[in-house]
Design a protein around this ligand. Sequence first.
Ligand code: PMP
Length: 285
Amino acid sequence: MWAWVNGEFVRRDQPGIRLEDRGLTFADGLFEVLRTVGGKVLFWDEHLARIRRSARFLGIAFPFTDQKLAAEALELIRRNDVTDGELYLELTRGADPYRQHKYPPSGTEPTLFMLSFPLRTIDAVNWERGATLLTYPDLRHRLCEHKTINLLANVLAKNYAYERGGYEALMCREDARGSYITEGGSSNYFCCRGGRLLTPEIDNIMPGITRAGVIDHARRAGIEVVERRLYLNEFLGADEAFLTSTVSKVMPIRAVDYTTFPAPGPVTRRLMDAFEELIHQELAR
Ligand code: PMP
């Protein structure tokens, strides 16, 4: 398998990344996971805009143009002979030989690399009959609107769910009114109550590309979408619920802990179909 590192195609077992890279020592970096279908990449512009925005926020230079990087991504996918798959892109603040917290001197090259994988296997039963979630405390920092490579709390949350037979964690924070939901280890959440879609507002959670596509489609289709703080008891009392992510697309939710939902519910079904149509349009562009 090939990887791409700072402009070079390299064998994946000879990565050419320094051990002092701040990505390794400080998790000082960002990433994106993009879906590839038939050798093409979905929603490239949206993913690149998100990582560029966060790179600007963190003061990390983004060393390639989108066009150049897109061409390299397609070549990487071709070399690895991946048709349906995932493209992983990571940007770090680069190597720092002394492992000091202080930002490295200007002129230090950031590290940008890409990996392409065949699509992970997900049991189709999750789309057909719905995924199960387990609630878990949101143990993360205040940078969750940026896709940082600091994912330890997400890893803990997802593995808590896996070990109990679940598909994802439903992470929750607390305020004076009680427990409110944030997101999953790698998914955004929606529920439907009385025909309206409710989803947590972007308040220290990931602005998901799939989430944005679903909201945009729902609004154009005349479905009211409300983005606000969403309490766990409201979510559990919903008519139906679903999750969104690049890899899971739109996936119905069958259960959260011991609460069950009809899955897929009618609104979820509609949005699952609409999202497939959006992918078709994207591939035809
Ligand atoms: N939340 C988190 C924490 C994530 O890591 C992801 C995956 N990027 C998402 C939500 C879903 O975002 P997207 O639709 O862009 O994949």
